[in-house]
Ligand binder design. Structure first.
Ligand code: GAP
Length: 547
């Protein structure tokens, strides 16, 4: 039996029934599981291509680095994610409205926002492999290695001491853990100081002192660290007219800020209120890796919430909590999410946190929640010479509103959903299946209707059922191959329900409905299908969890 199946099954067992396995069994299985995470990720990427979720961009010309196209199933998931976000913002909050601003903006926008001068990443090259890295990412990976070592020791001890285990006491007394905690904290402090001071020499020195090697060449032959601006630029107008250098927007947020007055006035919006937007953003990422996690062209869902100065922390907490609930309501496992508060705040922010998801390559940022003070509106007021303020009738005075921003990447959200959903299962009898346990609300296809055989009026009956469901649900029809093969095809794209029409259906108007995750089958009336699908697939039930 392939190692990965054993490891996955037993790792899951370890999490739920650790008392039934011995310590050495757990250790071996845990290690095997961790080692296979990378392999699982590679398989997920291959699966995304094979089943029409994601293709490399312009693949017939060998692709383009960190640019991807979504296929027939991927685009459905993406659209469902966007709808889930958009409706949660604009329908569940009566004081949030949407806009759709252009990608091209007046170039002064990016001077005012600070992107022209400061939207940089620190990069470093390895002279032997000629590979380029982000210096901050190399150091963050090193921090994660210390965390992993500490967690391994703690997990072992927890098992050994059982109920009476005191984690804090253990960390304070175990010599190996103490040494690693000290090293980790010292590195963390040094790293945060170097970032805060934008001290590039110190970043390089940290890499040398920590003996960080290039993963390709294995050497420590590094160049100096340099700053690199991430914005793509192009020219608007012909050179004869005097072309203007413009940028592809690196975030959608500025389209909201420059429209603040338009929306506030025409919508007669009263503070607090929000403006939401979904759209493409572009960054010339130095280190583009991990599939759609870090792309050069990606999509953001951003919402700027305008509040009274002094009330921003209350709203920051509100949005932190609401956004985490939004993620958790999808049912992908609460333990897979965590907050990560920022050590280094941008000069205009007074609070920032990330919502991270457990990907196969560790906990990674999916969304940022930022308290941006009045920085952006004040900057645009200064650079445009326009007064951008709000007259607050309750306070009887005007002020520049403060802003809480929620910013999530559609593609990262897509990746987190796919990583959480992808399972390789061993079935009774030793057979295996690949299944996507997608939240039904996000699944690209909600149901597949299958006649048992291609004759005797069964296809016609199946088509009738399709016609009944297709106005409300994305459905597939499949009559090719055995029922077992058809089930596997639907499992692989995450279809929650398969509906089989057999000879009895013609007499009793009932069908067999098969549930993706449990593989349980039940006989139901055709007239009940709509209600069954609605309950599982409509966003209504998920939205109710956000109260
Ligand atoms: N307006 C604030 C802003 O853009 P950010 O932390 O740079 O903040 C917000 O980006 C979100 O956009 C991230 O949490 C991530 O989900 C997504 N994102 C950023 N860069 C990305 C990239 N290169 N590829 C894919 N998603 C990206």
């Amino acid at each position: 039996m392939p190692e990965i199946y054993v490891a996955t099954t037993l790792y899951n067992a370890r999490r739920t029934q650790s008392d039934r396995l011995s310590e050495s069994e757990i250790r071996i299985l845990y290690n095997t599981f961790m080692a296979t995470q990378e392999e699982t990720f590679k398989k997920l990427v291959a699966h995304c291509k094979e089943y029409g979720f994601v293709f490399p961009s312009s693949e017939i010309y060998d692709g383009l680095g960190a640019v991807y196209d979504y296929g027939q199933n991927g685009v459905e998931i993406k659209n469902n994610i966007k709808k889930y976000w958009w409706d949660a913002m604009t329908m569940l909050h009566e004081n949030i409205v949407g806009i759709d601003a252009s990608i091209f903006m007046h170039p002064t926008t990016w001077k005012a926002s600070g992107h022209v001068d400061a939207f940089n990443d620190p990069l470093i090259d390895n002279k032997d492999s000629k590979k380029r890295y982000r210096a901050d990412v190399l150091i963050e990976d090193q921090l994660a290695k210390y965390d992993e070592k500490i967690e391994k020791e703690v997990a072992k001890a927890r098992k050994r001491f059982g109920e009476s285990f005191d984690e804090d006491m253990f960390k304070q007394t175990n010599e190996r853990v103490k040494a690693n905690v000290e090293k980790r904290n010292a590195l963390h402090e040094r790293f945060a100081a170097a970032l805060n001071d934008s001290n590039l020499e110190e970043l390089k020195q940290i890499i040398l002192d920590e003996e960080i090697v290039c993963p390709i060449s294995g050497t420590r032959n590094w160049t100096d660290v340099r700053q690199f601006n991430l914005m793509f630029s192009t020219e608007m107008g012909s050179t004869a007219d005097g072309a203007m250098k413009i940028y592809l927007r690196p975030e959608t947020a500025q389209g909201i800020f420059v429209n603040y007055l338009n929306v506030q006035k025409t919508g007669r919006m009263k503070i607090p209120f929000g403006i939401a937007q979904i759209g493409k953003a572009f960054r010339n990422e130095i280190v583009a890796r991990q599939f759609v996690f870090r792309m050069r062209e990606f999509e953001q869902m951003e919402m700027q919430f305008f509040v009274r100065p002094g009330e921003e922390m209350k709203w920051f907490e509100y949005w932190k909590e609401f956004r985490l609930k939004w993620h958790k309501a999808l049912g992908m496992g609460d333990e897979n999410y965590r907050y990560h508060d920022h050590d280094k705040l941008a000069h205009y922010a007074n609070a920032a946190t990330d919502i991270e998801f457990q990907m196969p390559f560790g906990f990674k940022e999916v969304e940022g929640i930022h308290s941006r003070t009045d920085f952006d509106l004040s900057q645009h007021a200064q650079y445009s010479g326009k007064k951008i303020e709000y007259f607050d009738p309750e306070l009887n005075k005007s002020y520049t509103p403060y802003v809480i921003e929620t910013s999530i990447g559609v593609d990262r959200m897509f990746l987190s959903v796919m990583c959480g959903a992808y399972k390789e299962e061993v079935l009774e009898g030793g057979d295996t299946r690949v299944v996507l346990n997608l939240p039904a609300v996000l699944a690209p296809v909600k149901a597949c209707v299958m006649p048992l055989v291609k004759k005797d009026g069964l296809p016609e009956k199946a088509r009738e059922i399709m016609d009944m469901l297709k106005y409300d649900f994305h459905t597939n029809y499949d009559e090719k191959d055995s029922i077992g093969k058809r089930y596997r095809r639907q499992d692989a794209i995450g279809t929650p329900f398969c509906i089989t029409v057999d000879h009895d259906t013609l007499n009793d108007n009932c069908v067999t409905i098969r549930h993706r995750d449990t593989m349980a089958q039940e006989r139901v009336k055709i007239e009940d299908l709509h209600t069954i699908l609605s309950k599982a697939c409509n966003m209504r039930e998920t939205f109710k969890k956000l109260k």
